[in-house]
Design a protein around this ligand. Structure first.
Ligand code: HEC
Length: 387
């Protein structure tokens, strides 16, 4: 049986991640490490480099085999302990076999498997990726970051040229290659080149933790929109920014509460009639104060966050009107329909994770799209961590 690379690689990354988080939890519980920025501090200068293992399959395979050998060696060691009183020779043989397994295992290069860590490497964003956080982050970014990074985050702000180094294009893969906690640290503590000269100032003294986390939410959202405008797809998965919705006058409900169902979010306002589709939960974004039947939200932050994700935030507020977004059961945005769109096909998927061999006999275009979306769920790997 051949296990697809993505399967064992994901399992390996999950194992490394769980081992490190459990270790951090234990050290924190034993008070061997304290808190930093409100969460347990990673006390080591190194951590497993999931982000490198994803791209270096050869080394990842060697690590997987070596861990398997080490696991087997541990089992042999336990059995040897059990046998040592009655069958000394057998026990000694097992110990030798265990040692040989560990020594002969194809251990990968340490510099590939380990990378520099910072105290916030394992921090999780506390924002919940809400539309409100994205919009708050936009204000932070415009005030503190756009001068160098450019209002669009592509790295061409008015002050960029004066820097020792060009700021990176935040619409590229960079933000996904880094763990959120590492991004947080870079912004709070600033960045340096190899000679120790500052390349980006530290913002920890000027911005609160919440503002930094929000700026990260904003950069991801805007980066997705910029990539969509440039390449016509979302090359890296982006979740629906969370906001509150009311259904037929009921109490407010968060987007996250529909997890497990497919969502269609429509920015209404162009008067076009919308046909319900039983395979999707339809949510309407309306103008402030304007109610409508079914499930609606008049939260301006939701409109703004979706305009950013679609890459039309800078165009005109009306550019979003009539646009539709479809999210899968995991809450990931998978496609957006331009205003006036009626028919859908499988090729409308903007966030793909597989080869897209279409299941036959799915009927209409929306059925085909849904079939592919369900068959290829998003496995989110960020900074080498599977989420
Ligand atoms: C004075 C110019 C300047 C300002 C202001 C600035 N940056 Fe940067 N930023 C840079 C430069 C230059 C780099 C590349 C530095 C490097 O790679 O060493 C960078 C890199 C980054 C990176 C990539 C970090 C990484 O891990 O590679 C992020 C994220 C970032 N900046 C976010 C921000 C945010 C958020 C703000 C505002 C709170 C901000 N920057 C303000 C110049 C700036």
């Amino acid at each position: 049986m051949v296990i697809p690379d993505s399967e064992w690689l994901n399992a390996l990354l999950r194992l490394l991640q769980a081992a490190q988080s459990d270790l951090l939890w234990l050290l924190h519980a034993l008070r061997l490490t304290g808190d930093v920025h409100g969460q347990p501090a990673w006390p080591f200068a190194l951590r497993a480099a999931g982000e490198t293992l994803i791209i270096d399959l050869g080394q990842a395979r060697r690590l997987a085999w070596s861990l398997a050998c080490a696991g087997l060696a541990a089992v042999l060691g336990v059995v040897a302990c059990a046998l040592v009183w009655r069958w000394r020779r057998a026990a000694a043989g097992l110990v030798l076999a265990a040692v040989a397994l560990v020594l002969l295992a194809p251990w990968p290069d340490a510099h590939v498997v380990l990378t520099e860590a910072v105290p916030t490497s394992f921090h999780q964003s506390p924002t919940g990726f809400t539309a409100a956080s994205v919009v708050r982050g936009q204000a932070v970014f415009e005030q503190h970051c756009a001068a160098c990074h450019g209002a669009d985050g592509r790295g061409r702000g008015p002050g960029a040229q004066a820097q020792a180094m060009w700021p990176p294009d935040l619409a590229g893969p960079l933000l996904w290659r880094r763990a959120d906690g590492d991004l947080f640290w870079s912004i709070a503590e600033g960045l340096h080149d190899r000679e120790g000269r500052g390349t980006m100032p530290a913002f920890g003294g000027r911005l609160g933790d919440d503002a930094i986390w929000s700026a990260i939410d904003f950069m991801k959202t805007q980066g997705a929109g910029q990539a969509l405008q440039a390449a016509g797809l979302w090359p890296r998965p982006v979740a629906v920014p969370d906001f509150a919705v009311r259904c037929d006058g009921g109490p407010p409900r968060r987007i996250a509460s529909w997890r497990g169902q497919r969502l269609r979010i429509v920015a209404t306002g162009d008067g076009a009639e919308l046909l319900e589709d039983g395979r999707l939960v339809t949510l309407r974004l309306t103008a402030p104060g304007q109610g409508a039947e079914g499930c609606t939200s008049d939260d301006p932050d939701a409109r703004q966050a979706l305009a950013l994700v679609a890459g039309v935030a800078g165009v005109a507020p009306a550019a979003l009107t009539g646009m539709q977004f479809i999210a899968d059961r995991g809450g990931w945005l998978r496609t957006r329909g331009l205003p006036g769109k009626t028919g859908w096909t499988e090729s409308d998927l903007l966030c793909r994770t597989g080869t897209g061999a279409l299941a036959a006999g799915t009927g209409d275009g929306m059925g085909a799209l849904i079939a592919v979306m369900d068959a290829e769920p998003v496995r989110y790997v960020k900074g080498g961590f599977v989420h």
